[in-house]
Design a protein around this ligand. Structure first.
Ligand code: CA
Length: 252
């Protein structure tokens, strides 16, 4: 049975979500502010399968909660509840580590569908990983572009394991958020081709509004820190001025 933490200060909405989630067989905890959420998720280490996180909260807002979770190495899937008509909220949400978003007000059926999809995606990633599990000392032989089914890629002595949501170097393992993994997978799939910021926004983020695309640049900066030997002189995640980005597996 999946357990969900609902972080929502509007009591009637929190109650409604709890009622509907419980009806679907979920175990539900609700808290009404960000501090309480962080304390449950970090200090008490209570395991949740997903977090429903409102943006507008008393005290710490949803953006802060999400970034503190990610900064502390807590990678539970987060569905963020944003205000309608605020694409900036959506981008800020993804930047702070949310995995999906839903603008308020929303239909409960849509909410359930999005949450179920998020949980399925998580399970799917984990299942993928279990099936392709290999011993850490085994050499990774697949190079980028070896096929869509393979989820483990090697670049410059680093291993990108999309199924495990992590990137491993000789010295450390970096945990990736679902969104970082989706962006990486998208770039890998389009290896060698120029992808526009707008295409990334639409295909990876699901944002189709004509909106600011800077959030993508921030993601790329982060991915470069993981991937590139010299992030300021990237050899794989290249900027194509005025258009977007191009991912190249080998250095050219
Ligand atoms: Ca609120």
């Amino acid at each position: 049975m999946s357990s969900v933490l609902v972080v929502e200060d509007e009591q009637h909405l929190a109650d409604g979500l709890r009622f509907n989630l419980e009806a679907e067989g979920y175990t539900v905890n609700t808290v009404s502010d960000g501090e309480a959420a962080l304390s449950l998720l970090l200090e008490k280490g209570q395991p949740f399968d997903a977090v429903v996180l409102d943006v507008m909260l008393p005290g710490k807002d949803g953006f802060t909660v999400a970034s503190e979770l990610r900064a502390s190495g807590q990678f539970v899937p987060v569905l963020m509840l944003t205000a309608r008509g605020r694409p900036d909220d959506v981008l800020r949400g993804f930047e702070s580590g949310a995995d999906d978003y839903l603008p308020k007000p929303f239909e409960l059926s849509v909410f359930m569908a999005r949450l179920n999809a998020l949980l399925r995606r998580r399970e799917w990633f984990q299942k993928d990983h279990a099936e392709t599990d290999r011993h850490p000392s085994e050499p990774v032989t697949d190079e980028v572009g070896s096929g869509p089914a393979e989820e483990v890629f090697a670049i410059d002595g680093k291993t990108i394991d999309l199924g495990a949501l992590e990137l491993r170097t000789r010295h450390q393992t970096v945990r990736l958020t679902l969104m970082e993994v989706q962006l990486l997978r998208y770039l890998i799939r389009h290896e060698g081709k120029v992808v526009s910021r707008k295409a990334i926004l639409g295909d990876v983020w699901g944002v189709h509004e004509d909106t600011d695309t800077r959030a993508i640049d921030n993601f790329i900066v982060r991915l470069r820190k993981y991937l590139e030997d010299e992030p300021s002189r990237p050899r794989h995640l290249l900027t194509v001025r005025g258009v977007g980005y191009r991912f190249v597996a080998g250095s050219r």
